[in-house]
Design a protein around this ligand. Structure first.
Ligand SMILES: [Cu+2]
Length: 306
């Protein structure tokens, strides 16, 4: 348990620092870091065990006492200072691309400020018809989650700060092969001029998923079919592997998962360039820490355009 606490803190601290480093902002650095650490402590101390395989919950709002009900794959933060008119972000990331069926959780990490996550444009007919968190209280870790079971582009806003917008794009593109199925937030063509991030779900088809049996994935990314630009091991508690690919500015790094032990990992890739062919090689390196006897591997193509 202390290890998990430490890991969660490190991950969130790194994310907070990266956020600050990448956006020269007026947000108080110490406040973000402190919030991240507090969030990690609460997540772990409440026995927060998300379950991405349950999709029965369409939309749900919760607070600290119900945090164990978070079932999301990927998190969006309402950042400290979000209520200020000149803050660089309200929702971060402000735009995400996800495979259809993904559950997204929004956390109110803005101390002392209530916010909402409300579908549609502010004041327009149908606003809030697809999803609406209602008031997300300013208590630590209040969250709202929604499962995007339809594809399309979903604009949303905060009813309290209606000039602040976010967008979720859901794609039903699936590349199904023998050993794995790869679903992606953008499909096989990733348009860089439109989308900064792309959540890719890698689901094994020949290995049963069981939350008592951790799976270690070896993910390799090749450029132009041969040049290895990324390779790393990711372990999930017996679940599909959600990987968010992010256009990197200067360096390649990975971080995650989003929650204490589940949810998306993120690969921020300086190697990601427009108008390039990439190959994502999925490989199961170990099941329950036992190395796979015969290779379970497959390749998926991804082309970036601009
Ligand atoms: Cu708000």
């Amino acid at each position: 348990m202390p290890c998990r606490v430490l890991l969660s803190i490190l991950v969130l601290y790194k994310q907070a620092n990266q956020f600050i480093a990448s956006k020269s902002s007026m947000i108080n650095k110490k406040l973000i870091a402190a919030t991240a650490i507090l969030t990690s402590l609460i997540i772990v101390s409440t026995g927060f065990i998300p379950n991405t395989t349950t999709t029965s919950v369409q939309a749900q709002i919760g607070s600290m006492s119900t945090l164990q009900n978070v079932e999301a794959s990927i998190a969006v933060s309402i950042v400290p200072g979000a209520a200020q008119r000149n803050s660089p972000f309200h929702y971060f990331p402000p735009a995400i691309n996800i495979p259809t069926g993904t559950t997204v959780a929004w956390f109110n990490n803005d101390p002392g400020q209530p916010h909402t996550v409300t579908s549609g444009s502010p004041g327009q007919p149908g606003s809030g018809a697809v999803f609406n968190s209602g008031i997300m209280p300013a208590t630590a870790n209040s969250f709202f989650q929604y499962t995007f079971n339809d594809d399309g582009e979903f604009l949303y806003h905060c009813e309290i700060h209606p000039w602040r917008l976010g967008v979720v794009s859901a794609s039903d593109a699936i590349d199904r092969q023998q050993n794995f199925e790869l679903s992606s937030g953008t499909g096989p063509i990733w348009n860089f001029s439109k989308d900064f991030r792309n959540l890719v779900n890698i689901e094994p088809l020949t290995v049963p998923l069981d939350r008592a049996t951790p799976i270690t994935y070896n993910i390799t990314i090749l450029q132009d079919g041969a040049n290895k630009v990324f390779s790393e091991l990711f372990t999930t508690p017996g679940e599909i592997l959600p990987l968010e690919l992010i256009r990197g500015e200067n360096e390649t790094r990975s971080y995650g998962p989003d929650f204490s032990s589940t949810g998306a990992y993120h690969i921020e890739g300086a190697f990601l360039k427009p108008d390039t062919d990439y190959t994502i090689v999925a490989d199961i390196a170990a099941i329950n820490s036992v190395p796979s006897e015969s290779p379970i591997t497959e390749e998926f193509g991804l082309r970036t355009v601009e």
